[in-house]
Design a protein around this ligand. Structure first.
Ligand code: SF4
Ligand code: SF4
Length: 92
């Protein structure tokens, strides 16, 4: 499925289903191992869904393309923590 199709599927979920899916994706997120993330004091994850970090400002490499969520959701962008969510970067 493309990212857009995944977003459409998620928009049809009940709030409970969506929450469960977001929880599942958060467990898969590898941002905590990323050079841009480490040492910043950021605690949040899943920027591809939630959008920019309020803390991370400096880009030191992005490991998103190696993340299972990237594959799973059909994501095609990077630096979600500084550039914005998948939806924002896809313009949808
Ligand atoms: S694609 Fe990037 S922001 Fe999204 S879950 Fe994976 S590591 Fe985190
Ligand atoms: S979105 Fe990309 S650059 Fe930002 S912390 Fe996650 S892996 Fe690193």
């Amino acid at each position: 499925m493309t990212f857009k199709q995944n977003m459409e599927a998620m928009s049809k979920m009940s709030p409970e289903e969506r929450e469960a899916k977001v929880g599942e994706l958060t467990k898969m997120c590898i941002c905590a191992d990323c050079p841009t993330y480490v040492g910043t004091g950021e605690k949040k994850l899943l920027f591809c869904a939630t959008g920019k970090s309020k803390i991370i400002k400096e880009e030191k490499g992005c490991i998103c393309p190696g993340c299972p969520v990237y594959e799973n959701m059909g994501l095609r962008w990077d630096y979600y923590c500084t550039k914005g969510s998948g939806k924002e970067q896809a313009g949808i």
